[in-house]
Design a protein around this ligand. Structure first.
Ligand code: ISE
Length: 341
């Protein structure tokens, strides 16, 4: 029997999720929803969805919808994830899980109360072949006590004119926050944000540095540059006591001309992480159809939000901020065997 997955929010990312879903065997799209009726209609037609709507709550209630992808604006995530939990439907929510750690906690409370692990957060880098390779190389060659530092850079070519320095942290650096926890297998304990003197005409603080320290003392720094102009580029390097492991680059063809060799750099993160998005949603669709959980959990969403909140506080005060720690709920232990059914 075919499994019905609806997409709420059919803008850039939602449209790509809908397209990826339409290519998964055994999955159909009962509905595509967007605040813009024209966008919803256009994406629904492209992916062969049964209907389209502008009302997200009707999607959650729709009996033909077995699971939901939330890719609407960040400030709508918590409300929609809570609505999905209310009716017991698995949900893949784009990052960030919610606008604050407080909202993430209410999602965790609702999920634990329901007794099933229904929430996956769209930290798709965990499915990127380059990051997966980095992670397996790290665990095959390095003891955790030999990891000293991790350097990251996250550069976007451009961003929308409504973008802010704060969104640079909550919407973009949140990826590095999650990937650092996932790679290093520990929590972030402190953060400090610094920005360059404002670039005339740039509109907001860009670039910024985020310096984090993990519970074991490993240093992690992130350069976030939202208007690098030259392209979209993600770098990561883990520095250990006797070796450095760097994230590999996507392979593009090389162009040789006029005495030089060049290879292109995309300006679109959907292209850079094309495989990650595809593998993530395929793994998720298969898992939830079988009653299993896969990917980052609501707990990961909460931990990322606590670090983001601390970044925002540091940005405001200029101080280093201590991130609250708390006991890991056994409900989120992968070995608990708790699934979505
Ligand atoms: C965007 O929202 C994303 O999710 C991309 O993965 C990220 O790299 C980009 O900086 C964000 O703006």
């Amino acid at each position: 029997m075919s499994f019905g997955i609806a997409v709420i929010g059919a803008g850039m990312m939602g449209a790509q999720h809908a397209e990826n879903l339409s290519e998964i065997q055994g999955v159909h799209l009962p509905c595509v929803c967007d605040a813009s009726a024209a966008t919803a209609a256009d994406v629904a037609a492209r992916v062969g969805a049964n209907r389209h709507t502008t009302d997200p709550h009707s999607v959650v209630q729709d009996a033909s919808v077995d699971a939901i992808v939330v890719a609407s604006p960040d400030d709508t995530h918590a409300d929609l994830v809570l609505a999905a939990l209310e009716v017991g439907k698995p949900v893949l929510c784009e990052k960030p899980l919610a606008g604050s750690a407080k909202e993430c906690r209410s999602i965790i409370d609702a999920e634990i109360k329901g007794g099933r692990r229904l929430v996956t957060v769209g930290f798709m880098r965990r499915f990127d072949p380059h990051y997966l390779d980095l992670k397996s190389m790290l665990s095959a060659t390095t003891r955790s006590e030999d990891i000293m530092m991790m350097h990251c850079s996250h550069r976007n070519a451009t961003c929308p004119e409504w973008f802010t320095a704060e969104l640079g942290l909550s919407n973009a650096v949140v990826h590095e926050i999650d990937i650092a926890r996932w790679l290093l297998k520990e929590e972030i304990e402190t953060v400090q944000v610094m920005s360059r003197k404002k670039v005339p005409g740039s509109g907001f603080d860009d670039p910024q540095f985020v310096v984090m320290r993990t519970t074991s003392g490993t240093l992690v720094n992130v350069e976030i540059f939202m208007q690098s102009r030259y392209g979209y580029e993600i770098n990561a390097e883990v520095v250990c006591s006797d070796q450095v492991i760097a994230l590999s680059r996507p392979v593009y063809s090389r162009i040789k001309s006029s005495g030089a060799e060049r290879s292109p750099i995309t300006d679109d993160w959907r292209l850079r992480f094309k495989n990650a998005y595809k593998d993530e949603i395929t793994a998720w669709a298969v898992a939830v159809a079988e009653g299993n959980h896969v990917g980052a959990s609501a707990w990961d969403g909460l931990r990322a939000a606590l670090v983001t909140d601390a970044c925002l506080e540091s940005k405001m005060t200029g101080r280093e901020i201590v991130v609250p720690q708390m006991e890991f709920p056994t409900f989120y232990d992968e070995r608990s065997g708790r699934g979505t059914k």
